[in-house]
Design a protein around this ligand. Structure first.
Ligand code: G4P
Length: 534
């Protein structure tokens, strides 16, 4: 008996059928392959291979993209929409490399659930663990896909134990693998009492599904070799005894993850996972905001920017703000209020990201992701509404962990450099600090690789060669406190003070000791390592 999650009765059907999620995984676990199969079954592409092929065509466009390819990372995130059964899936891509964790964090603020992909031979790897921790901060529901079961993989109980122990989450098997490595023939669907058999000959063929009447059904012997039947019966009996049953509420609360076993490249287990996302994944969730929470079913439209991507087409200098719709039914041409500037904004050319290409979005519902091309008005953290002064919260900006001085190769081009840096700062690609004393800029990032990406993008997109040099500072903290106290503090510490790209005051330092000293000497001053984007 399938235990389904009742839809919240107050949600309009169009919203209730939306599932907005991201895939988290360690590089090489199979995220790209799985995405491709999702799109294939979602009818968004005709043939497996297109996503990668398209990725490559795009990447040849520039050296920067070449760099992305060389390093095997995906620097830019995007969103893809497709339909499956009765559901509309919005898949938001997360950058895979750990140097882009801030970007990833913000991407995860735009989704309601995550699919965690692990490699059956490797189990929980470092990047999976980090991303999982980010999801946990938001109590995101997680569905797990254990991939590459067509190869030698670890023992099923061992994999499940590892997830339970390393990630401190209950794991319930939604399917159970039959055979390992070359002997792997498919899975027993624990939720539907079915056999799913993999076809090794045709990678794009959907598994054959055979209804059985429990594991004592004699029909089993027609499909599963005798030596595997015994093991399957034992395993499933033990699993039912030792592992928790699927509890949909617990999944929604992020305390339990159902796990499906499969092989993305062989299209095996993917449909069952998609069914699972539809059935157990959450509908669009309420969004925390000030002064009140936003509910998806509200008739008025609202949304927030979680990512800005500049220069998607270097010839046009366009920027696209990725907006997660938080409530209502948006229609193209609507006039929305840009809450930060209080200015109206007619959204006439929103785009929806279908895998085949960008398409004009005629409408969007709460849960959807649309792209709004703009000239820089829209920044990360901005809220759009139909007039009400609401501000979505919980989109943080982290203090960078690495700081470097940045100079234009040609000193006459300092103004150009400022413009380029500010643009990247708005995109969220770096923090830019302008010291109150002395010239030049200090650029802050989370990972070393971001300096390289920035350097090549500034050169490529603005024709400006730049140099990064070591800075005397290693940390930055935002300064908060009553106005007079902040003035007194900044006047006495001028050589440590800078303004960030939003004009907020920052204290730059080398040592934790300095930070402790400030907190001791200036009790009214608070130094913080995060700031809300607004
Ligand atoms: P990623 O986005 O998580 O980094 O992983 P990606 O999908 O690119 O997959 C990484 C490698 O694993 C690819 O091989 C891919 O073909 C392979 N792979 C994905 N799913 C499965 C699976 O179910 N079984 C097996 N055996 N392999 C799988 P590659 O050699 O790096 O690339 P390619 O030459 O196949 O394109």
């Amino acid at each position: 008996m399938l235990d389904t999650v009742p839809n919240r009765p107050d949600l309009p059907p169009e919203i209730a059928r939306r599932r907005t999620f991201a895939i988290i995984s360690h590089p090489d676990a199979g995220k790209t392959t799985l995405t491709e199969k999702f799109l294939l079954y979602g009818g968004a592409i005709q043939m497996a291979g297109q996503v990668r092929a398209k990725g490559e065509a795009r990447r040849t466009r520039s050296d920067y993209m070449q760099m992305e390819k060389d390093r095997g990372i995906s620097v830019s995130a995007s969103a893809m929409s497709f339909d499956f059964n009765d559901f509309r899936f919005n898949l938001v891509d997360t950058p895979g490399h750990s140097d882009f964790s801030e970007d990833t964090y913000r991407t995860l603020t735009a989704v309601d659930a995550a699919v965690m992909v692990i490699d059956g031979a490797k189990g929980v790897e470092s990047q999976t663990q980090k991303l999982f921790e980010v999801c946990r901060l938001r109590d995101l529901p997680i569905l797990t896909f254990c991939n590459k079961m067509d190869r030698e993989s670890r023992d099923t109980f061992e994999i499940i134990d590892e997830i339970q122990e390393m990630l401190a989450i209950d794991v319930t098997p939604a399917s159970w693998p039959i055979g390992v490595g070359r002997d792997f023939i498919g899975c027993y669907d624990m939720l539907r009492n079915r056999l799913e058999l993999m076809d090794r000959a045709d990678r794009n063929k959907v598994a054959e599904s055979i209804k059985i009447d429990g594991l004592d059904d004699p029909k089993l012997a027609d499909h599963v070799p005798a030596n595997l039947i015994e093991k399957l019966r034992e395993d499933v009996e033990m699993a039912r005894e030792l592992l928790p049953d699927l509890n949909p509420q617990s999944v929604l609360e992020g305390h339990m993850t159902p796990i499906w076993f499969g092989s993305a490249i062989n299209s095996f287990g993917v449909k069952e996972l998609m069914d699972g996302i539809g059935t157990y994944g959450p509908e669009p969730q309420p969004q925390s905001a000030e002064p009140r929470q936003i509910s998806p079913e509200e008739s008025k439209v609202s949304g927030f920017v979680f990512k800005v991507q500049a220069n998607m087409d270097p010839k046009h200098r366009d920027r696209v703000a990725f907006v997660r719709m938080a409530s209502g039914h948006f229609k193209r041409g609507m006039k929305l209020t840009h809450v930060r500037s209080k200015k109206p904004m007619t959204v006439s050319a929103p785009v929806l990201f279908l895998a085949s290409d960008r398409e004009l979005a005629e409408e969007a519902w709460a849960g959807d992701i649309i792209g709004i091309p703009n000239h820089g008005q829209l920044r990360i953290g901005d809220t759009l509404t139909e007039g009400e002064s609401l501000r979505v919260t919980g989109i943080p900006s982290f203090a960078p962990e690495l700081l470097q001085n940045c100079r234009a190769g040609d000193p006459m081009k300092a103004k150009h450099l400022e413009k380029a840096l500010m643009q990247f700062a708005e995109e969220g690609a770096a923090k830019v600090f302008k010291p109150t004393m002395g010239a030049g800029f200090i650029v802050g990032v989370v990972g070393q690789l971001q300096f390289e990406v920035l350097g090549s993008r500034i050169e490529l997109e603005y024709g400006l060669p730049v140099r990064f040099e070591p800075s005397q500072f290693t940390s930055a903290r935002w300064v908060h406190g009553p106005k007079e106290a902040v003035e007194k503090f900044t006047n006495a510490n001028k050589q440590h003070i800078a303004l960030d790209n939003d004009g907020d005051t920052v204290y730059l330092t080398r040592l934790q000791w300095d930070i402790d000293r400030v907190e001791r000497d200036y009790p009214e001053i608070k130094l913080s390592a995060t700031k809300e984007m607004m």
